[in-house]
Design a protein around this ligand. Structure first.
Ligand code: 9Z3
Length: 351
């Protein structure tokens, strides 16, 4: 049977697709966290990280995935914590996480730098110690990690499917609305543009007997619009735009800002993302004194793309020898510093 693809609005999406079973529980925990940070007067950032999946069957055997190890999100979360923000870290299950990311099992496995010291006397329990040349790094990571735990400024949530992601994003952003301008959204997760609605999914494993596989997916609704207008009016919203064709990066980033009206799009090219990003935002247009009509010249000036947007390229040197887990410089340090500065300025200047 062939059914036409549907274009879902966000409202239709949530009315027809079921919420994840853990949503209620997750939301209650987020509410407690946000209320505590609000009482303490902290800025709170929601960092989304990692790729979303699109299951092809209800009893899922196969799924479409989105590339992303979660490096951008996990690294940025650490720098936000260091800058004094409380962080809601919403990430793909098993993707990288702040602090433990330095000891990824594939690039810097922690078992490799633990030693077993010979017992002092016969029958005594052997002791475990850290290899001397790894102590300094570990001490630094552990010190911040323990401090963050003592302060209670990191809250972690997981998603797997794009459906989990959308439901969680809506619920978490609604909880963050009480923070008003102190809320920041840092949407670094690699989110699928397409999904298979529950109503069109095969219940059981798709069989191979019929030859080739044809799947028609529907478009994931554009959720930045309701996020900006309804779920969390007042928040500072930063989205990421990933492209593989460098010529599309700036036009797509500008299109997103025009469509959704949020504060910043950070554009990154797949192959250059670790050492180059571009911040795109709308330039504030000079306000006219009350009672004075916009002249044609002023309107033309504002709608000319070269006057309407600001572009700020951020670059770091490419390291000659990579150091697993501890690169000399991470671009996220500069991305976060720039955003913290812009957020503070925006809070001060927004009535
Ligand atoms: C990004 O562009 C992230 O920077 C990366 C980070 C996924 C490239 P890694 O995890 O990679 O460090 O390996 N995220 C893409 C965000 C995205 O999918 N945006 C959507 C869009 O552009 C909507 S918000 O349409």
């Amino acid at each position: 049977m062939h059914t036409e693809p549907t274009t879902f609005s966000a409202e239709e999406y949530f009315a027809t697709q079921p919420p994840p079973s853990t949503l209620q529980h997750d939301v209650e925990k987020v509410r407690e966290f946000v209320e505590r940070q609000n009482r303490d007067g902290r800025q709170v950032v929601l960092v989304t990280s990692g790729g979303t999946t699109v299951p092809l069957e209800l009893n899922v055997v196969r799924f479409l995935d989105n590339f992303s190890a979660g490096t951008r999100g996990a690294t940025s979360a650490e720098y936000f914590l260091k800058a004094g923000y409380a962080v809601i870290f919403m990430h793909r299950q098993f993707s990288l996480q702040p602090f433990s990311r330095h000891y990824s099992h594939s690039t810097n496995p922690f078992l490799d730098f633990l030693d077993i010291d010979a017992p002092e006397s016969e029958g005594a329990t052997p002791r475990i110690s850290v290899t001397p040349n790894k102590r300094e790094d570990l001490l630094q990571v552990l010190t911040v990690y323990k401090k963050v735990h003592a302060l209670g400024t990191l809250h972690t949530l997981t998603f797997v499917t794009v459906n989990d992601y959308l439901w969680l994003l809506r619920a978490v952003s609604q909880e963050m609305a009480i923070l008003k301008r102190r809320a920041m959204f840092y949407l670094a997760a690699a989110v699928s543009d397409f999904f298979l609605p529950r109503q069109k999914m095969s219940e059981h494993k798709i069989q191979s007997g019929k030859g080739s596989l044809h799947i028609e997916m529907d478009q994931v609704p554009k959720i930045l619009k309701p996020l900006v207008d309804e779920w969390t009016p007042g928040g500072y919203i930063v989205s990421f735009k990933l492209e593989t064709d460098p010529n599309l990066l700036l036009p797509k980033a500008k299109q997103a800002l025009d469509r959704y009206g949020h504060q910043v799009v950070i554009g990154n090219d797949l192959h250059r993302r670790k050492f180059e990003v571009v911040f795109v935002s709308k330039k504030p247009q000079p306000a006219l004194p009350p009672g004075i009509e916009q002249t044609e010249a002023a309107i033309a000036h504002a709608s000319d793309a070269s006057n309407a947007f600001s572009e700020y390229w951020l670059r770091i040197d490419i390291p000659e020898t990579p150091t697993p887990g501890f690169p000399a410089k991470e671009i996220e340090e500069d991305i976060v510093a720039e955003l913290v500065r812009r957020h503070a300025e925006w809070i001060a200047n927004t009535p």
